[in-house]
Design a protein around this ligand. Structure first.
Ligand SMILES: [Zn+2]
Length: 49
């Protein structure tokens, strides 16, 4: 079972990335450092619920 998740910049709220994850392998919330084109820097991106 795959689940589409949206990764949202924690600083400006922009939805920058869409990815998939295996819920059984990774039940915890996604949190990853990625480049945000709005903030123009690396920021923490969090899973949008
Ligand atoms: Zn941002």
């Amino acid at each position: 079972m795959r689940d589409d998740i949206i990764l949202k910049c924690s600083e400006c709220g922009e939805e920058n990335y869409i990815t998939t994850r295996n819920k059984k392998k990774h039940p915890e919330k996604y949190e990853i450092k990625k480049y945000c084109s709005v903030c123009r820097k690396m920021t923490v991106h969090k899973e949008k619920k």
